[in-house]
Design a protein around this ligand. Structure first.
Ligand code: FAD
Length: 466
């Protein structure tokens, strides 16, 4: 049945229903395994559109979801038979170089923000080096800044400057009544607290965010180094020791098990990332890697933060089905027994598109923020494992799902049970504690205050207190 869209006469963006030839392109997510079919995708052009879409869903008794860049690992940004409030096209950027802040629309990705604040802007630091101002982004250019930061936001600048959510100074949000609220330390502080870590978990639609920015040299040392899988356990050990009790917060290296090139190349273990400081300091920070001998490949060298991130983003393959499981390592979990399992399961993966990543390196500035200062609770574990099964055809689904399920089950004894809410798994039982830990009851109070009718309900949104 066709929806009567007359209630959206004032909508200035684009309204897309299943009768529109553009429906599939507007619907499809990064994870193409998600086949959810909304009744309406409301591609909003501004706050008034967002408010109109929320009211339309309520007036018609339809469920709604919020969509930005479309990267939700389990597809909860789409809702079956409901209204998708799509803010991916709201991409304004207002840069204040003097204050070192930027105010952006929710849909824009970090590379497009960095172009304005880091690439096109320069200043000379007290050390005589040329700097730009970088946002706290990750490597994927199409992840929205809002989806990323509202759920936490781990990137290579995290140990030095904090998570994406730690950089938010102010948020504008359209609530369940269609009202525009501004949240900051001084306005709606309880909502501001909840948005920083649980902002995608059912409080409203964020329509702009103001972030503080970080001074990052225009030239840094970064890149990717890869070794053959035969060296996997040795590389794990060196990586563990690189960070155990380490005070240096500028070394941001992630670990990766992958196939190079996709999907039929050689299985490799790699480290990628950067030294977030003057290039002259990088060699000493990277020296422990020399013990690993000659790599298969290394692009580690002088580059710019932007070029490095852009290059990493270009390695991301689109148009695949996926299942993503993982968790934070227990304090003694990232060690020999886990290393053996990681190497063994990876070697047996059925699809060359799959990978295992350790890309949420924490500590440093992330760990210095108290666990109750924001809604983001996972501040003490240092390492996270993401087991990302990716494949093409439906006939490959069972095999690839079994691989990731068995792998995750085998690793479970080494993990804390906490899961990063931005790497969401819709099958997770106990997601309330796994995502939000001790902060969950307080989130329920904020939910009661800002969305008492549970309009922003999804399978994993914060529940009203009982
Ligand atoms: C290839 C890839 C790379 C990634 N890299 C990183 C990384 O380096 N670091 C990291 O921390 N995470 C990373 N992520 C995870 C990513 O941060 C989350 O999946 C994030 O939620 C994606 O946001 P989105 O808007 O692109 O996705 P969507 O699917 O559009 O949205 C996901 C959810 O975010 C919430 N949301 C989005 N926008 C708004 C808004 N304006 N208001 C309220 N809620 C909103 C909603 O709950 C929505 O369901 C990556 C994911 C992928 C697939």
């Amino acid at each position: 049945m066709r929806l009567d869209l007359s209630g959206l006469a004032s909508f200035t963006g684009r309204l897309i229903t299943p009768y529109d030839p553009g429906y599939e392109a507007a619907r499809v997510l990064f994870n193409t395994r998600v086949r959810t079919r909304p009744a309406l995708i409301a591609q909003c052009a501004g706050e008034a559109d967002v408010a109109a879409a929320i009211r339309f869903a309520r007036d018609n008794g339809l469920p709604l979801s919020v969509r930005g860049g479309g990267h939700h690992a389990s597809g909860l940004s789409l809702v079956e038979g409901g209204v998708v409030v799509d803010v991916g096209g709201m991409r304004a950027v207002a840069f204040d170089p003097a204050a070192a802040t930027v105010t952006v629309g929710p849909g824009i990705g970090w590379r497009d923000i960095d172009k304005v604040t880091y690439v096109e802007h320069s200043f000379t630091g007290a050390d005589g080096l040329e700097y730009g101002l970088a946002g706290p982004g990750g490597e994927c250019p199409t992840v929205s800044n809002a989806g990323y930061s509202l759920g936490g936001g781990y990137g290579p600048l995290g140990r030095t400057f904090g998570l994406g959510c730690d950089h938010i100074l102010e948020a504008t949000l359209v609530d369940a009544e269609g009202q525009v609220l501004r949240a900051s330390e001084t306005e709606h502080p309880d909502l501001f607290w909840a948005l920083r870590g649980a902002g995608g978990a059912g409080f409203g639609v964020v329509t702009s965010l103001t972030y503080r920015l970080n001074p990052v040299p225009k030239t840094v040392v970064g890149g990717l180094i890869a070794w053959p899988m035969a060296k996997a356990e040795e590389v794990f050990r060196v990586y563990r020791d690189l960070y155990a009790d380490r005070a240096d917060e500028k070394l941001a290296l992630c670990l990766l098990l992958t196939t190079d090139p996709y999907p039929e190349g050689e299985q490799v273990i790699g480290m990628y990332g950067m030294y977030v400081g003057p290039p002259s300091e990088a060699a000493a920070a990277l020296a422990p890697l020399d013990a690993l001998g000659e790599p298969l490949f290394s692009s580690m060298g002088e580059t710019s933060y932007f070029d490095l991130m852009q290059g990493m983003g270009e390695e991301i393959v689109y148009g695949l089905q996926s299942k993503w499981l993982g968790g934070y390592f227990a304090p003694d979990g990232f060690d020999e027994p886990a290393f053996a399992k990681l190497a063994d399961h990876f070697r047996r993966m059925p699809s060359g598109f799959s990978m295992v990543r350790f890309d949420l390196l924490a500590g440093g500035a992330i760990a210095r923020v108290p666990q109750d200062a924001t809604a983001f609770v996972h501040r003490s574990p240092l390492h996270y494992v993401s087991i990302i099964s990716q494949w093409q055809g439906d006939e490959e689904t069972d095999l690839n799902v079994s691989w990731v399920d068995d792998f995750a089950e085998d690793l479970r004894p080494h993990l804390t049970g906490e899961v990063y809410q931005n790497y969401a798994n819709r099958e997770l039982t106990g997601w309330e504690t796994a995502y939000h830990g001790a902060n969950y009851p307080r989130l329920q109070q904020v939910k009661q205050r800002y969305d008492p009718s549970d309009v922003f309900h999804t399978a994993q949104s914060v529940r009203l207190p009982s």
